[in-house]
Design a protein around this ligand. Structure first.
Ligand SMILES: NC(=O)C1=CN([C@@H]2O[C@H](COP(=O)(O)OP(=O)(O)OC[C@H]3O[C@@H](n4cnc5c(N)ncnc54)[C@H](O)[C@@H]3O)[C@@H](O)[C@H]2O)C=CC1
Ligand SMILES: O=C([O-])C1=[NH+]CCC1
Length: 312
């Protein structure tokens, strides 16, 4: 008989999941995904159930990595929150299965996994696409993803200056006080992104907050919010002037308002760049449109479970 699942709490996941282990595994998984070989990676586009009454969605994100034998699904609720709301905008649980027997081996917190794997994938995009000499990082938004992005970007790269903007100045100030290193707070997006080499958009916006006319030519933008077909973070000018990279083409044309509504063409998946089948156009203005994928949760969950077993 199968053992009952172990429960891995948020504080445990926090202590077990490290970027230095996660990033190489995500790179391998992204590369395999982009080979479009269903004998290797099976990941349907996220199914979403609207929660109209609460302005949110339940997303179901199953994935099976055949060679590594990782079967996993994340269940994630995400919401559009009003300014000043104290309710969380993302809540997630990850289930890791025994693919042969069919039982759930582990139920784990999905919020830390979501925050860290999303930021790690953005860091991979920046490693591939940001200007060779990148000195200024701007983060738009000051929530959970802003902090995980700050952590991995400052751990992985050496920026001379890190800036933050949020729609409420006090939130940005609180964010700047919570970070390890110095972060400057800006009152307007236009000023915050002026001259920035790398811009991370991690807002709950459904209308554009970042406009192409403000973005330095050659800059790299990691666009993480706006994960619905009618939500935007970036304007048409930026989407059309940039080379657009995505995690999944299939996901992007189904879910990204920035891509669908601007009519921008997808140039490549990050996995194609990692595989060497599409180029990294570092000298051009680039946008990485992130939507999040089940395989990213699956490799994270496997890593957490391995580390957890080492300790028990
Ligand atoms: N691409 C991916 O894989 C993932 C994307 N997300 C998305 O990333 C975004 C940020 O997520 P979290 O940091 O967890 O949320 P959060 O609620 O912790 O932070 C959101 C930030 O955006 C700001 N914001 C909210 N509405 C805004 C608006 N209309 N205009 C400007 N700023 C606004 C808030 O003030 C806050 O600073 C969300 O859109 C979420 O759905 C979340 C998880 C994974
Ligand atoms: O990949 C993910 O977990 C999510 N993408 C958008 C909201 C949650």
């Amino acid at each position: 008989m199968a053992q009952p699942p172990v429960l891995i709490r948020q504080d445990e996941v926090e202590g077990l999941l490290h970027y230095k282990d996660l990033i190489p595994r995500l790179e391998v998984a992204l590369g395999k995904f982009s080979k479009l070989d269903s004998a290797e990676v099976i990941q349907p586009v996220r199914t979403t159930v609207p929660l109209q009454k609460y302005n949110g969605f339940l997303g179901l994100m199953p994935a099976y990595l055949v060679h590594e034998d990782i079967l996993c699904t994340k269940l994630v609720c995400f919401y559009k929150r009003e300014s000043g709301s104290t309710l969380p905008s993302t809540q997630a649980t990850v289930l890791l299965f025994d693919p042969e027997y069919g039982n759930v081996k582990a139920v784990m917190d999905g919020e830390v996994i979501t925050a860290k794997r999303t930021a790690a994938v953005s860091a991979i995009s920046a490693k591939l696409l940001m200007p060779a000499k990148s000195e200024v990082l701007t983060i738009l938004g000051a929530g959970h993803q802003a902090l995980s992005h700050y952590n991995v970007f400052t751990e992985t790269f050496s920026f001379k200056e890190v800036r933050v903007w949020s729609r409420r100045k006090e939130t940005a100030e609180r964010f700047a006080q919570s970070t390890q290193g110095h972060v400057t707070v800006w009152e307007s997006v236009e000023e915050a992104v002026n001259g920035a080499d790398v811009i991370v958009t991690v807002t709950g916006a459904s209308e554009p907050v970042l406009f192409g006319q403000w973005v330095k030519p050659g800059a790299h933008v990691a666009a993480v919010g706006a994960c619905r077909p009618d939500w935007r973070e970036l304007d048409d000018v930026l989407m059309r002037q940039a080379e657009v990279y995505v995690d999944s083409r299939e996901g992007a044309v189904a879910e990204s308002g920035d891509i669908i509504l601007s009519g921008a063409k997808v140039f490549a998946e990050l996995g194609e760049v990692l595989n060497g089948t599409r180029p990294a156009l570092r000298e051009k203005t680039t946008v990485f449109k992130s939507l999040g994928m089940g395989i990213q949760d699956a490799v994270s969950a496997k890593l957490v479970f391995e580390q957890w077993k080492n300790k028990h």
